[in-house]
Design a protein. Structure first.
Length: 277
């Protein structure tokens, strides 16, 4: 005869299932996904119905988790909130699961957050239950006119996941692939290359049609591995502040990002700016 639910509840200390609520980061096709993973100790066959009961109850209570790449904004007293690329704000009303996260008030930082939505809160678009925060590489952009600066920024080849690019007037974000042993040594910069080659009158950057030059801002990715020894190819999100190029972006439809890759040589990624509603 099947056990009733209350019988299973009485056996929870005899046949314990151990759950871990730590987020498991899974990278698949360039998209970062988070979720619970469950570590279950051996459960005798006679208690199988209890095992299923606990799993079903756990799954019913679990809310669907969401992930976003956002910018962290600091408040007085060490508090903080997150801002989406579309301007919407998310306040972590419950941050008890990330007590050690302390954003630097003097630094603009891009992050991936893992969260569930809660009831609304005043002054913000969303109130969230925050489960996990991961800093991602936050770089800048600049106009380069000096060959020495160009060399300093590096020219290491970099791959990418094509379905991960996102462009706004403030940020350019994508999932980069490159050989790495110590990721802290690597730096990335997005530039407008105005270094002139010897004997040339035009820009030293990639060749472009007149129409493309008019409608789209030509950018280059620069990657300096910082002396890191080449390891296995790994992937990380990188995000670039485009506000230093605001004047250059004014009136443009988007950008063309030039990337030197290992396997496929020079690549051009055409990205359109979001249309105003």
């Amino acid at each position: 005869m099947p056990r009733k639910a209350k019988d299973c509840m009485g056996e929870k200390n005899l046949f314990r299932m151990q759950y871990s609520a730590l987020p498991d980061v899974l990278r698949a096709k360039g998209n970062i996904k988070y979720g619970y993973y469950e570590k279950i100790r051996f459960i005798p066959h006679r208690s199988y119905s209890c095992h299923r009961f606990y799993l079903l109850q756990r799954r019913r209570r679990r809310r669907t988790a969401r992930t976003l790449i956002t910018t962290v904004r600091t408040l007085d007293g060490g508090d903080y909130y997150f801002q989406r690329d579309n301007g919407e704000t998310l306040y972590p009303g419950n941050k008890s699961r990330v007590p050690g996260y302390k954003p630097d008030p003097d630094k603009t930082q891009r992050v991936i957050i893992w969260f569930t939505l809660q009831n609304g809160i005043a002054d913000y678009d969303y109130n969230i239950d925050l489960y996990f925060v991961e800093n991602i590489y936050t770089g800048t952009s600049e106009v380069v006119t000096d060959a020495a600066r160009l060399e300093e920024l590096g020219s290491a080849k970099t791959g990418f996941q094509g379905n991960t690019f996102n462009l706004t007037k403030e940020w350019l974000t994508f999932y980069a692939l490159y050989p790495v042993s110590d990721n802290s040594k690597h730096t990335f910069t997005v530039i407008v290359n105005e270094v002139k080659d010897e004997g040339e009158e035009g820009d030293g950057g990639a060749e472009q049609s007149e129409a493309a030059e008019t409608d789209y801002l030509q950018l280059e990715l620069r990657h300096n591995p910082g002396g890191d020894t080449q390891g296995y190819t790994d992937g990380y999100y990188v995000s670039f502040d485009l506000t230093p190029l605001a004047e250059r972006l004014e009136g443009k439809k988007g950008v063309v990002l030039h990337i030197e890759t290992n396997e496929n040589g020079p690549q051009e990624i055409n990205l359109d700016l979001p249309q105003k509603k």
